[in-house]
Design a protein. Structure first.
Length: 264
């Protein structure tokens, strides 16, 4: 079983209605992006991390490793915001001369980069809360209740499965090549990488075709149908998502009123 799915099925939130968790996640992301505040983004990041780790029972090491994936990309992305090029060094906190100009860091760029970094990481933590507490089958059921087109649900289900088929096939081929010293040198590495890409394409098509054949043998008619868990649903279950996000909105308005700093 895919690791993310395994933790989702073990989560303490598994029996909660997936539609409630979906509403909670979407609302929190929307408020976080609307507020455009680093302080509020930090609050969301810490809160959703606590919900996922302490409330959902997800190991800290697993959640930390998952956060490292977007963390690396975000660091590379915000570098372009932090550093600026100008003909004068007066605008920079510190700078370096570069071809008659100056490359440096401004206070505005530093604050904007920090805000963007925290907002993106907070949004990712919300998505991790949903994915680590809701199996894909339950999420598709929630989307079906929202009248999402069947074609989109089918693409989500098959695409999700095919991504991990691709990863599994690549890992198998890579292990086989490494056991035969396929990456012992630079030349051998390029040759093995080309062979890996070619074989990956062929085997992925074969496994995809086998999967579709298995679906047709089970009377697949274009709509993914699986057994779904039954959840106790009530309007009161939505009070927590609404109340939490109402508190975030009030906090954002308070931050805007009390703080005029760019970082806020």
């Amino acid at each position: 079983m895919i690791n993310v799915d395994r933790y989702a099925y073990r989560s303490r939130y598994k029996q909660i209605d997936p539609l409630v968790k979906l509403v909670f996640t979407v609302l929190t992301i929307f408020v976080c992006l609307w507020a455009d505040s680093a302080v509020l983004a930090l609050i969301v990041l810490l809160t959703m991390s606590l919900f996922t780790v302490i409330g959902g029972g997800i190991p800290v090491s697993v959640f930390s490793k998952l956060l490292l994936v977007p963390f690396t990309f975000l660091i590379l992305a915000v570098i372009t915001i932090i550093f600026n090029l100008s003909g004068s060094s007066d605008y920079f906190l510190f700078s370096l001369p570069l071809c008659g100009s100056y490359l440096g860091v401004t206070q505005v760029g530093l604050f904007l980069a920090a805000r963007l970094f925290l907002k993106a990481l907070a949004a990712v933590s919300c998505l991790y809360f949903l994915s680590l507490s809701t199996p894909l089958v339950a999420l598709l059921a929630a989307l079906r209740r929202l009248k999402v087109p069947v074609l989109l649900l089918e693409l989500m289900a098959l695409g999700y499965r095919f991504v991990f088929i691709l990863i599994e096939t690549a890992e198998t081929l890579l292990t086989a090549q490494q056991s035969r010293l396929g990456y012992a040198g630079l030349k051998a590495g390029y040759h093995s990488l080309g062979a890996l890409a070619a074989m990956l394409l062929v085997r992925s098509f074969r496994r995809g075709d086998a999967l579709f054949t298995a679906l047709e043998a089970r009377c697949y008619s274009g709509e993914p149908r699986v057994l779904e868990d039954r959840y106790i649903t009530s309007k009161a279950a939505y009070l927590l998502p609404l109340g939490f996000n109402a508190a975030l909105v009030l906090a954002a308005l308070l931050i805007r009123r009390l703080g005029g700093e760019l970082f806020l």
